[in-house]
Structures are given as C-alpha cells and as structure tokens.
Design a protein around this ligand. Sequence first.
Ligand code: FDA
Length: 306
Amino acid sequence: MLGSLILSASRSPRLRDAVTTVPLTRRVVDRFVAGEGLPDAIAVAADLTARGLLVTVDHLGEDTRDAASAAAVAAAYTGLLDRLAGEGLAGVEVSIKLSAVGQALPRDGGRIALENARAVCAAAARAGTTVTVDMEDHTTVDATLETLRDLRADHPWVGVALQSMLRRTEGDCRDLAGPGSRVRLVKGAYAEPVSVAFGTAGEVDRAYVRCLRILMSGQGYPMVASHDPRMIEIAGALAAEHHRGPDDLEYQMLYGIRTDEQSRLASGGSRVRIYLPYGTDWYGYFMRRLAERPANVAFFLRALAG
Ligand code: FDA
C-alpha cells in the first residue's frame, strides 16, 4: 500500500525536485548506486569482482524523451563496455532499459530502441560479454519481447527480465525456456493494475515459484533475481531436482541489498551477480527501492532530519 503510494507520488515533478535537490539525499542514494560517473562504476565493479561476485552494470536512465538523448545513452553504454574491457573487467555484463534508448519516443520508438540496443550488443560482443534487457511496466512487455527476438537473431545470448507479478509471465517463461535463452526472473517493481498483475505478495511469490519451475526444467539459463530467502531456497531445491550444477544458473541481487547473503551464496560456490547502477539519472531507480521497503523510507527521512 505504502509502496504503491510512493510509486504513484514518484511521478510528481514537485516530488522529483524536492528529492533530487536536497543535498542529504546523496548519502542515502549512495547505498544503492555506485556513483554518478563512469570511474565510480568501474571502481565498484572491480571491488565486487575481486570479492568473487559477478556484476551487471546499469547506466541509469529511463523514459528518454528525444532521439539524441537515446543515442547518447547508447554511446554511454558502448563507452562503458570499452572501458570495462580495457580495465580487464570483460566478464562484467550490462543491463539496459529500452525506454532509455528510445522505446518511449512517439515516432519510431521501437525502431530507434532496436538500433541503439543493437549498437550496445555489438559493443558487448567485442568486449566478450553479454547484455540483459530490463523489463519496465506492463505496457512495454510486448514491445520489449519483440525487440529481444530481433536482438537475439544476431546475438543469441541477449537476456531479458520477466516479472512474476504479471499474470502473463508463466507463458512468457515457457516461450523463453529454450536452449541458449537467459531469463532473469524478478517479482516486479512497478505499480500495476490487478487486471494484468497479481494483487497480493503471496500470489506474486507463488507465481515466482511456478515460473522458477518452468525455467529450471527448461533448457535455458535461469537468473534468479530476488533477495527473498524463501525464493532463494526454493531455487536451490529446484536446481538440484533438475540436476543443474553451480554453473547452470545464477543468483542476482541489487547493489547494497542483503550484502551478507550475497557473500554467503558466493562463498558456498554459487554464481552471484550484483546489479550495479551508476549515473546522474538515479531518481526513478531510487524511488522504486524506497517503495519496495517502508524501512528504507524511514532511513531516508531520518537522514534528512539528521
Ligand atoms: P521482496 O520484495 O519480497 O523482498 C525480500 C527481502 O529482500 C525483503 O524482506 C528485504 O529483506 C530485502 N529487500 C528487498 N527489496 C529491498 C530494498 N529495496 N531495500 C532493502 N531491502 C530489500 N524489477 C523489474 O520490474 N524489472 C527489472 O528489470 C528488474 N531487474 C532487477 C534485477 C535484479 C538483479 C534484482 C535483484 C531485482 C530487479 N528488479 C527488477 C526488482 C524486483 O522486481 C523487485 O522489486 C526487488 O528485487 C524486490 O523483490 P524481492 O524478490 O527481493 O522480494
């Protein structure tokens, strides 16, 4: 309830101004974001890698409003990938939101996003790494999966996030459980209407388990993106049931969330990838993290008060 309110309020320009211009916000944002510049992302990615964790870097941004900005985001990604390879961090993959590279543009958004995403995938191929496409709100799912199909024609390793909160997702998991596919299963971070999404946490969790079963019994590579101890335990049990070894799946968590659990899983031999955002456009990402957990709002308000 509080989460939905925060997500709705986060669209208000006045709230955006209030949150982004208070200097103390930075301290709280730093918990979830590597920093604003590319050197910050490189430094944190190197540190996580040295600690035995895998990394996917997200250049923050979404809902880009003009073609030049969309092209600039794609250029930021190609610069990031070149720099990662140059720093010997070629194993670090990237995550990309199609709305950041043009999907939401009123004219030719789909084509522009595809061209920009293709350029990012080509840079990833040169760097010897992979790309995963983030999933945004439900109105974008069909367009995102269509772009994914086009990208995978040239780069079969391109992955995608699917959200168990959406009623359609079990079907999407079935479609994407074939050989070579890489699916990051998440619960979903957007406020969605009950016509398309499950309304309670219990329903979303049960759907997550059903989707996990499909992915684990399929021939692709499941990426279990959750901080929920129950989902992680069930994923481990399903992996064993389907004779998947430690290299046949990975766990993913967000930078700054449940870091002890990240280390515990990695030291037990599991592949654990940290989603590491950086950049100046952190507002939307930050508000979704607040919405997920009321305790974060209290932490934020305490920092402001202090
Ligand atoms: P749940 O929300 O039930 O949380 C379980 C426990 O995790 C909590 O009790 C708490 O301990 C901890 N926790 C969770 N969120 C926290 C927070 N913000 N701060 C502090 N503690 C927290 N979503 C989406 O719609 N599209 C996408 O592309 C992605 N991509 C993505 C990548 C990766 C690697 C991850 C881990 C997550 C995403 N998400 C996402 C976000 C996802 O949809 C979801 O909102 C969050 O992961 C929270 O859900 P959990 O599965 O962690 O469970």
